[in-house]
Design a protein around this ligand. Structure first.
Ligand code: SF4
Length: 114
């Protein structure tokens, strides 16, 4: 991802700033593709290898209707430290977006700066 795209994704999350945590969590639980796959038994066979599992997760997240809600939720609850693919972004990209997101929230959001 480019620097411009990091900025763009962080800006897209501004719309969720006033949304309560529970509302975000409900949206992700109700509509997240990973939840549906878990329920249907169609979740891929995870390998335990980070790189391989990221490749398995990426297309699931990319098609998820609540990937931006998921990313907002992830930033609020886990911030910089979380590993793996969330909200359709792999770790490095997500951390770059997280730092921009944190700046847009005046650095006061949960998750904290690394
Ligand atoms: S973006 Fe990925 S991790 Fe988040 S709810 Fe959707 S499928 Fe699950």
């Amino acid at each position: 991802m480019s620097e411009e795209l990091f900025d763009q994704v962080a800006a897209e999350l501004d719309v969720f700033e006033p949304v309560p945590d529970e509302e975000l969590a409900d949206a992700v639980r109700r509509s997240g593709s990973c939840g549906w796959l878990n329920t249907s038994g169609d979740m891929p066979e995870w390998t335990g290898d980070d790189r391989a599992d990221r490749e398995l997760a990426a297309p699931i997240c990319a098609a998820c209707p609540v990937r931006r809600e998921c990313l907002e939720w992830e930033f609020r609850t886990h911030g910089y430290a979380q590993a793996g693919v969330w909200g359709a972004l792999a770790e490095d990209d997500r951390r770059a977006v997280f730092l921009r997101w944190l700046d847009r929230r005046d650095g006061t959001a949960n998750g904290g700066r690394p």
